[in-house]
Design a protein. Structure first.
Length: 281
């Protein structure tokens, strides 16, 4: 798919599982399990789905997935499956190597969004993409450095401190126009300083939804994760975003839905619903 100056390519980087109750907050299991069948530990299957933008002499990667710096205990807890898919394999299919990536836009610094930003080489943590600048909101970095007991487990400093030490982490301050086709919009319900990524031209708009709307099942307004720090703020942000998406026919790109890559939405008397699903760009 082409939007403006950029060719867009889906890059899957691994499967994992999280507790279904935590993923859907106050929504009872008999409702959410209709679309997200849990395993015997109440976990639902998720994916880390990244996006590659190529154009203007740039290879831009949106988020970096979970990475591979996991011990066996953590792999078991999250049921991490990277046997057949990885960012590196996805890049290779497009004829790219990690050193070809020029820019990485991070929605936020949770482990499933920036775990692949660093790697261990000769016993040392270094940036995975040696030629790239990494972009994140300063507000989110500040929070990641001093999270609360509630979200401390989501911010693993080995995933981003090496970026600071290498001088490749660029800090952004609020809503930003990255270039003529890419806009960054800050939302604060899930965590502080998450940035959503809108790729648009005069014809098409794709919104990379991050954790504001992690799966197509999270389109209904009350379907809000228990992980969110400010669920009432999430609710307001979803209302505003979904209204624009419905009015302007945006395609919403889901970072964690294992089956649905994108969808358009429509407004109903009861709120919002998925209008059309896309399983490819």
């Amino acid at each position: 798919m082409q939007i403006g100056d950029y060719k867009l390519t889906v890059i899957d980087s691994g499967y994992f599982k999280l507790d279904g109750g935590a993923m859907f907050g106050i929504i009872p299991r008999p409702l959410w399990e209709k679309t997200n069948q849990p395993d015997n530990l109440n976990r639902i299957k998720l994916i880390t789905r990244n996006l590659l933008l190529q154009g203007n002499g740039r290879n831009i990667l949106l988020d970096t997935g979970m990475g591979d710096k996991w011990d066996e205990k953590s792999r078991s807890i999250y049921d991490i499956d990277q046997n057949n898919i990885s960012i590196q394999n996805g890049l290779l299919k497009g004829g790219l190597k990690p050193e070809d990536i020029t820019d990485i836009i991070l929605t936020h610094l949770h482990f499933d969004h920036t775990g692949g930003s660093t790697k261990i080489e000769n016993g040392k943590l270094i940036p995975t993409y040696p030629s790239a600048k990494y972009y994140v909101q300063k507000q989110n970095l500040d929070w990641a450095m001093n999270p609360t007991e509630k979200d401390r487990g989501s911010y693993i400093k080995d995933n981003f401190i090496p970026l600071i030490e290498a001088g490749v982490l660029e800090l952004l301050y609020g809503d930003t126009k990255f270039d003529k086709n890419i806009d960054l919009k800050v939302v604060n319900g899930h965590t502080f300083g998450q940035q959503l990524i809108k790729i648009s031209d005069s014809i098409n708009t794709i919104l990379y939804c991050g954790d504001l709307i992690p799966t197509a099942s999270h389109i209904p307004l009350p379907y809000i994760m228990g992980y969110d720090l400010q669920p009432i703020v999430t609710l307001s942000e979803k209302k505003n975003l979904l209204q624009k998406a419905a009015d302007e026919k945006w395609m919403l790109y889901f970072e964690h839905d294992p089956d649905i890559i994108m969808a358009t939405v429509s407004k109903t008397d009861k709120g919002f619903k998925v209008e059309k699903k896309y399983n490819e760009l």
